[in-house]
Design a protein around this ligand. Structure first.
Ligand SMILES: C[S@@+](CC[C@H](N)C(=O)[O-])C[C@H]1O[C@@H](n2cnc3c(N)ncnc32)[C@H](O)[C@@H]1O
Length: 211
């Protein structure tokens, strides 16, 4: 697995995004994800999928979570490892085909602006793979560029790699089919400069008694 577009853009990306968050909402949502992991899954092992240069991975670690950043672009990964030498990162993608997480139950998975790069037909199997590795009560947060059009999943002209923006109803449906129940969502334009709305959908793994 690799991501040549992000390999080429990695240095520029790090320059353009020196901090993890471009809005207070984004920061609060990641904090809420961490709180849910403690509340529903008692802390534990979490993944930051498509972690890029690792700044959200670092925030999750600062919040006390046992976190592994997972990233398919070697260029992004090199920067993450250089900037955060005390943190753990794996060369893998959202399908978790590498052995990095084998044998460890997941308490949470965060995917911020990374699942947008998966062809939509691949998303159900990826979510099912996370569910299979996750404890009941485990928490998933999916964030990314979205659309206001109900029911839509639209390809858009992302600067780095092919990408699709999803209405949160569709994210929620895909999560439900994989065994997760939505707890809450946001759909907003936290920054007036953004071309598209941004959505966050937080969901919890169904337990054996309520699945
Ligand atoms: C816009 S960046 C976001 C990085 C980071 N999550 C953040 O919030 O700063 C998108 C990231 O998703 C990664 N990505 C692309 N395709 C992916 C896939 N199939 N699985 C996991 N990550 C992927 C890219 O390499 C890139 O690092």
């Amino acid at each position: 697995m690799n991501q040549p577009g992000y390999d080429a853009a990695a240095a520029l990306y790090a320059e353009m995004f020196p901090t993890a968050y471009q809005s207070t909402l984004e920061q609060y949502v990641v904090a809420a994800f961490a709180d849910h992991v403690y509340e529903h899954a008692s802390g534990g092992f979490v993944l930051d999928i498509g972690c890029g240069i690792g700044h959200v991975t670092a925030d999750l670690a600062d919040r006390g979570l046992d976190v592994l950043g997972v990233e398919p672009s070697r260029g992004m990964l090199d920067i993450a490892r250089r900037e955060h030498p005390g943190l753990r990162f794996a060369h893998d993608d959202a399908a978790l085909g590498a052995t990095a997480v084998e044998g460890r139950a997941l308490a949470g998975v965060l995917a911020r602006s990374s699942l947008i790069h998966l062809p939509p037909r691949e998303v159900p199997a990826v979510l099912a793979g996370w569910a299979a590795r996750m404890e009941p009560g485990g928490v998933v947060l999916i964030a990314g560029q979205a659309t206001d059009t109900p029911g839509a999943v639209e390809e858009f002209d992302h600067a780095v790699a092919p990408a699709w923006r999803w209405h949160p109803d569709r994210v929620s449906e895909a999560l439900s089919a994989a065994g997760f129940d939505e707890l809450w969502r946001t759909l907003s334009r936290p920054d007036a400069g953004q071309r598209f709305p941004v959505s966050h959908v937080l969901a919890r793994r169904r337990g054996s008694s309520d699945s």
